[in-house]
Write a protein that binds this ligand. Structure first.
Ligand code: PLP
Length: 364
């Protein structure tokens, strides 16, 4: 049996007719930029998130950059985030001209350690950028309280957390969340795509302008402000529009798969679903002291496991200039050596899950 980490083909097979006809429709109309397909998807995705507005972008990275920029983040400012994330989180901060201030994570949820964030706030701090890692929301209530008290913006990196909820509220929990529709994400396009989701009409309107060369809606050669080109492509919106109605069911399938793993892996350190969280299991992450051997053993049995992420950002060559040595963030560093992402996607079968769990039992 060969089991991939994610299986995008299995999903395509179930919706191929709808997808093919949606893509064909865009090509037939040769209307590749903007249009009703994009705005329809934006409206539907905002609704799915229980929020007022969604603005499509060409990636999760540009969604994060645009949201930070519109919150007035720039040179001389600091933004607090975590080192256990994909590099795009930190890149988006640097792209604005601001500096990244890393804080350690909580050992059970792998999300921002709120007390560390509280301590890290200083006179340069302008925003907190919590990451809802693996599909589980960070502990937003205290984060929003710190932000309120210190006058900081909060932008949620929800690139792995489509449909996740915090105390019953679907993400975004605060002002604004940024999503990625990278193909392997829970809602994935057939190329790069992303969105900013917010309840703030002003932020939404400005974001829509920034990602489209500073144009106001309907204008072609009048640019109210200087923006850039980070639009959501129409073909990607068409794909996303087909997939979105399936997302709630796919998320239930992920959660059922996670529950099956949890039952079968009773002797292994399995993911914690915090009491405040509805986890959408973008990744199903276990822990092992013999992670590398376990990963290799699974690989030999045809099972692709992954590590998200093997090198914490503060130890990446790209951030060597920050001068953060090994030992700076012990919880992150230790987890980077022990975490292992098991195959997780909606179409994963019970047989496949059993096979993975058998192989794990054999290796320990
Ligand atoms: C995928 C991802 C991003 C970046 O999204 P892109 O669409 O690839 O630009 C940012 N943050 C996290 C946590 C991600 O998983």
């Amino acid at each position: 049996m060969r089991i991939p980490l994610v299986d995008l083909k299995a999903q395509y097979k179930t919706i191929s007719e709808e997808i093919d006809s949606a893509i064909r429709n865009v090509i037939d109309n040769t209307s590749f930029i903007g249009g009703g397909i994009v705005t329809d998807f934006e409206e539907s995705f905002a609704k799915f998130c229980g929020a007022g507005y969604a603005v499509g972008t060409n990636s999760g990275t540009s969604a994060l950059f645009t949201a930070l920029k519109l919150k007035g983040i720039g040179k001389g400012d600091e933004v607090i985030t975590v080192p256990n994330t994909f590099i795009a989180t930190a890149e988006a901060i640097t792209m604005t001209g601001a500096s990244v201030r890393f804080v350690d994570i909580d050992k059970d949820t792998y999300n921002m350690d709120v007390e560390q964030a509280r301590i890290a706030v200083n006179e340069k701090t302008k925003a907190i950028l919590p990451v809802h890692l693996y599909g589980q929301p960070a502990d937003m209530k205290p984060i929003l309280e710190i932000a309120e008290e210190k006058g900081l913006a909060v932008i949620e990196d929800a690139c792995q957390a489509h449909g996740a909820a915090y105390k019953g509220k679907t993400v975004p929990v605060g002002d604004a969340a940024c999503f990625s529709f990278y193909p392997g994400k829970n809602l994935g396009a057939y190329g790069d795509a992303g969105a900013i989701v917010t309840n703030d009409p002003e932020l939404a309107a400005r974001a829509a302008m920034v990602v489209d060369h500073g144009r106001e809606k309907g204008e072609k050669y009048t640019h109210a402000i200087e923006g850039n080109n980070s639009r959501l492509a129409t073909i990607q919106a068409a794909v996303l529009g087909v997939k979105l109605p399936h997302l709630a069911r796919w998320t239930e399938m992920r959660r059922n798969n996670a529950a099956a793993y949890n039952r079968m892996l009773a002797d292994v350190v399995t993911p914690v679903e915090a009491p405040y969280a509805r986890h959408v299991y973008h990744l199903y992450v276990i822990r092992s002291q013999n992670r590398d051997a376990l990963k290799q053993g699974l690989g030999e049995a045809g099972i692709a496991a992954g590590v998200h992420y093997p090198v914490p950002l503060h130890l990446q060559p790209a951030y060597r200039h920050m001068g953060l040595a090994e030992g700076s963030f012990p919880v992150t560093e230790r987890s980077a050596k022990e975490i292992l992402s098991l195959p997780m996607y909606p179409e994963l079968s019970r047989e496949q899950i059993s096979f993975v769990c058998e192989k794990i039992a054999e290796s320990s």
